[in-house]
Design a protein around this ligand. Structure first.
Ligand code: LMR
Length: 329
């Protein structure tokens, strides 16, 4: 009697632990490197809300903005190790993961606006690109927009010759490296969290980013000129640790996929306006002068940078580049 009594108590203990565990929310740590008040920061928060709503609180997404948890390179390692579950790195940062094809998005002037870009990110080329992640222990869930980049420096950058000898911070993409070299500048790879200080102290002379990133990191306060060149695109792939995702209960996974689809619509709705607002705010601040290129100057940039497409064929794939030309007509 004693024995079966203690067995029963033991069994009840096990059951109650199981119940407690079943009640514990599933935690998703979503780490990123930009400010909360950016297209990516806001979309991450929206995903967190939607995930909670659609799973009746069974999933809790905690967003860590501004490199509070990890910097660029570390965050990808942390995802693979399972220390965080979700990221949205810029497409220029997938080289270290072994997916060089994503650097096709960095090719100068490859997209003439968001509509052209979406024919790629929302079509079969985009699906195929996301599929390339799966043998890296990572699953690609969506593309999120940011926008078209400006160039900044303490001198006006109007023509390719103005870049000669300039040290320009770039993300870790070989295409961006080649782009800066084609302009006669010296590219310096650096984590996003270090850019403001590097600009302030003169470790680098200038940089490129969409206005929303420039403004929210206050880079315009330490750069006298911002050229509205729209010379390249910066956007994101939302990725998760594959083992974690595959291990989720199917109903939870379905709910999270729905949340991601809605967050993606939101991300891609706000990005353009956010960047326009950020550029207006930079102008308003009076700290940086906004330079608009004349059509002749823009044509000069395009002419100088055209060779980057050819030179990067081996890195990102000639067929991929051709298929993007075709898709964007
Ligand atoms: C950068 O490093 O400049 C960007 O990738 C930051 C970001 O995530 O938008």
């Amino acid at each position: 009697m004693m024995r079966s009594g203690s067995l029963l108590i033991g069994l009840l203990c096990v059951l109650s632990v199981a119940v407690v565990q079943a009640d514990e929310p599933i935690v998703i740590k979503f780490s990123h490197v930009v400010a909360a008040d950016t297209p990516k920061g806001k979309a991450a928060e929206r995903f967190a809300e939607l995930a909670k709503e659609k799973t009746d609180g069974r999933v809790e997404v905690t967003v860590y903005p501004n490199s509070t948890l990890y910097k660029d390179k570390e965050e990808v390692e942390a995802l693979q190790l399972g220390a965080v579950q979700m990221l949205a790195p810029s497409l220029a940062k997938f080289g270290p993961l072994g997916v060089k094809e994503f650097e096709v998005f960095d090719l100068p002037f490859i997209f003439d606006g968001y509509d052209q870009l979406h024919t790629v990110t929302e079509g079969p080329i985009g699906d195929e690109l996301l599929g390339k992640l799966s043998d890296k222990g990572v699953l690609g869930l969506a593309f999120w927009d940011n926008g078209f980049k400006v160039m900044s420096a303490n001198k006006p950058l109007q023509e390719p010759k103005d870049f000669r000898g300039m040290k320009m911070r770039i993300q870790s993409s070989k295409v961006l490296d080649e782009q800066m070299r084609a302009l006669g500048a010296s590219p310096q790879v650096m984590a996003f969290s270090e850019v403001y200080q590097a600009l302030q102290t003169g470790v680098v002379d200038g940089t490129e980013n969409p206005p929303s990133n420039l403004y929210t990191q206050k880079m315009h306060e330490v750069q006298k000129y911002v050229t509205k060149s729209d010379h390249g695109y910066l956007g994101y792939a939302v990725i998760v640790n594959k083992a974690f995702w595959d291990g989720l209960p199917p109903d939870i996974r379905t709910a999270l996929e729905e949340a991601m689809a809605e967050a993606t619509v939101y991300a891609n709705e706000i990005a353009k306006q956010d960047n326009e607002d950020a550029l207006a705010a930079v102008k308003e601040s009076g700290k940086s002068e906004i330079i608009e290129l004349t059509p002749e100057q823009k044509a000069e940039w395009m002419k100088r940078l055209a060779k980057v497409h050819r030179e990067m064929e081996d890195r990102v794939g000639k067929e991929l580049i051709q298929s993007i030309y075709q898709a964007t007509g």
